[in-house]
Design a binder for this molecule. Sequence first.
Ligand SMILES: CC(C)(COP(=O)(O)OP(=O)(O)OC[C@H]1O[C@@H](n2cnc3c(N)ncnc32)[C@H](O)[C@@H]1OP(=O)(O)O)[C@@H](O)C(=O)NCCC(=O)NCCS
Length: 185
Amino acid sequence: MDLREELPGDSEHVRDIHLRAFGDHGPVVADLVDTLRDTITPTGGLSLVAELDGRTVGHVMFTRSLLDAPRRLVEVQVLSPLAVVPEHQRHGVGSALVRYGLTALAERAVPLVFLEGDPGYYSRFGFARGDGQGFRKPSLRIPDGAFQVIGLPAYEPWMTGTLVYAEPFWRHDAVGLRDPGAQPA
Ligand SMILES: CC(C)(COP(=O)(O)OP(=O)(O)OC[C@H]1O[C@@H](n2cnc3c(N)ncnc32)[C@H](O)[C@@H]1OP(=O)(O)O)[C@@H](O)C(=O)NCCC(=O)NCCS
């Protein structure tokens, strides 16, 4: 398996990975990726693909958000989304992408990486619940256990506070879980 940064010619393959991996939710995720990609700069954010036999089979994105800490706003990264095509799941592709990304972000002195996800999966990388560590989730619609964070070497104990998602997550309504039964006010 080869892991590398996404290149301009990869975007359709990346879209296809999310459409296939996320099912009904795929179009929202694929559109979110297309918007988040524009926020990535050479030193801020990361879009990684995994290739097997020349085929793009997995993708992960890390993008900039803010932590509203008492001392000042802190630039942090959010891992979202992560997907592997169904026929290559459970063979270590997702884990390799996450570990590769965390290593690269640690080298860039990123202090914290947040995500929304299943603790049963992400705990293996060192992610843990954010609410017990001085962090507040950006929406009440995120289940407490799903709001997770990992501190990298640049993390300092004063870095606590509320995670403020970058605007694309709100624009695409890709935060937390919506209650499909709720009536509009
Ligand atoms: C979640 C996903 C990215 C994992 O990638 P992967 O390459 O299949 O995972 P890996 O092979 O690295 O890891 C496999 C392990 O993760 C576990 N796992 C996979 N998906 C899981 C999930 N949703 N919840 C908990 N554990 C999960 C497997 O049981 C396996 O555990 P084991 O090693 O103890 O047997 C992939 O299954 C996927 O694309 N799913 C659909 C999209 C999605 O839900 N993305 C995550 C959004 S937060």
